[in-house]
Write a protein that binds this ligand. Sequence first.
Ligand code: HEC
Ligand code: HEC
Ligand code: HEC
Ligand code: HEC
Ligand code: HEC
Length: 504
Amino acid sequence: MDSLIASSQALATPSTTGYWCPESWRPTQVAAWLILILLLSPLTHAELRERNTKWLEPARSQLTQDKGSMPFFPHRANTPDNLLLRPQDFDDAQVCGACHTEIYRQWRTSMMAHSWEEPIYRALLRHASEATDGQVDNFCTGCHTPIGLTTGQITSAVNRASVEFTAQHNPMPGVDCETCHNISARTGLDNGAYVLSPRTNGKPTKFGPRQDAVSPYHDTLYSGLHTRSDFCATCHNVTHPFSSVAVERTYDEWLESPYSLSGATCQSCHMPGFAGQAAIMGPHREDVASHWFSGANAAVLEYLGQREAAQRARESLRRAAQIEFYDIPAQMVPGEQASVSIKVANVGAGHKLPTGFPEGREVWIDFRVIDGKGTELYRLGAVKDGATEQGTRNFKVHLGDKDGKELDIEVWNATQILSDNRILPKGYDIREFSFLVPADATGPVTLKATLNYWPFPQRLVDHLLGPKQLQVEITPMAEAETSVGLEPVPVIREARSLVAPSRF
Ligand code: HEC
Ligand code: HEC
Ligand code: HEC
Ligand code: HEC
Ligand code: HEC
């Protein structure tokens, strides 16, 4: 334990990493040091390597004890020398937008641009902050407003204030240009394990994917990290800071999927290239990384007035899945049970379907049976009292507390995953339905299945924001329809049963 503290503290200081190399060093001094290091036994190398690996992927159990390496405990963000940054180290996104007009226009509409000021996050944050006596304040903010946290603007009072109040008194960016393009390294793969370095060599420096980008406003540095999925991992893997429950695992889901092997990254799907300019005075390029970051949250985007982005989210949901009837009877018999099975495939999402925020994200089959006269004979998957009805065939993760009780709000009490039946990337699942065909049904019978998504049940939103504040949109992802004839047999059977007694 002691050695871990010593090594991680040492690594956070400029002299041992060499990363924050003082500008005043002359080449001769550097050479002298290099020779000295080489002369020291190989043990030093091994030690350094060991320290480095420990620093890069520390064992969580040890790390949570080691507050020295986590200045924003329990969040994993680091800054150079682990010092607080200054708000003036960062520009407002609008400043970047003056030159990066197209990228700014796209990003501005995204959920990440609103991650600090959106109502669902803030409502849950207030509950979490109050219930834990402020223990999770740093944690939540480190991903939802990284600059707010690392410039020391976050207090429990700020976290618990209303969106309107902070918009006036504590305006802070969500996940903005400066957040992502000042990330110089990562120290792990979850809980915000990024290093935010707004000034490198004493000047504003932006880390990006190009080797040949030249800007009159800032230095640019090529960053391989920005071209890979592990860049997104820092925030898109959320681990409970105290119980270690894997709350969100979008990155891990991707890593374990065929997409990671074929080289399809988060960026390939969420930042596809467009032909145009990354900056107004920059060159024309064939594949400028787009910044729409389209996901799934049409409901909140619509609430925020981001209609175009909401529409993009709906389209992205429609690309993700396919639904089809897998096994249906050739004919159905009135008065008897019928069974139908439906196959749902995750064909477009590079992670589980759904992924992310576990208390809310839900995909389900709304299955209906309608007879020849248009009468609904059966339905499973309707919304009742603000939630999908009992027995709905859905795809969702369920978190539980230490007593095994399911949690839908108090995620901070999570100690276990009770169940997870979400669909793996490029995977599929088959679900069964059984229902009684009424004796007086008229054929043919139409079977309809709609695959739906919502970011959270209406009930959860009403609890967080109060009733009638936000209408949760149910987004249809895919549909299937087929019809089945009714067997004329029942009439014959009736006849038989009438005939039968006379035999005795
Ligand atoms: C005065 C205009 C101007 C402003 C203001 C400006 N940039 Fe740039 N930036 C450029 C130009 C020009 C390029 C090069 C574009 C190219 O080569 O395609 C560039 C490139 C970049 C790159 C790509 C670097 C790489 O290596 O791939 C990033 C990232 C970036 N800028 C971020 C920002 C951020 C963040 C801000 C706001 C703090 C900002 N820029 C403000 C002009 C500007
Ligand atoms: C600094 C933390 C951070 C980083 C780095 C980050 N994200 Fe996010 N991302 C967030 C947060 C926080 C949200 C949720 C915002 C909300 O709903 O309040 C989010 C939401 C999203 C969404 C959901 C949008 C929707 O409509 O449902 C997508 C897609 C996304 N991010 C993609 C990415 C990709 C791709 C990367 C890597 C290139 C990335 N993010 C890197 C923090 C981050
Ligand atoms: C093969 C394409 C593909 C890849 C690769 C991919 N995604 Fe997605 N992503 C999608 C699609 C399609 C959706 C919409 C369906 C859904 O919600 O899963 C989506 C949805 C999301 C959402 C919103 C989920 C929700 O319900 O709120 C987030 C966040 C996200 N992706 C982040 C990531 C991150 C981070 C990575 C990399 C680790 C990644 N994605 C890799 C296609 C992809
Ligand atoms: C969630 C993190 C994130 C946010 C927020 C973000 N970027 Fe980026 N940006 C990236 C990543 C990752 C890449 C590289 C994508 C790739 O190579 O596929 C990138 C690429 C770029 C590039 C180079 C584009 C190219 O292909 O030449 C510029 C310029 C840029 N971003 C500017 C901005 C500006 C300006 C903003 C704010 C309006 C912004 N970014 C917001 C993550 C982000
Ligand atoms: C490691 C980064 C990280 C931490 C820490 C984190 N979040 Fe998030 N949060 C995210 C990402 C990424 C998403 C988006 C996932 C998705 O789209 O499904 C998200 C989504 C959410 C959402 C859904 C918002 C919406 O509109 O759909 C809420 C609410 C939320 N987080 C609350 C919290 C609270 C409260 C905490 C602290 C207890 C917290 N988060 C801690 C990264 C983080």
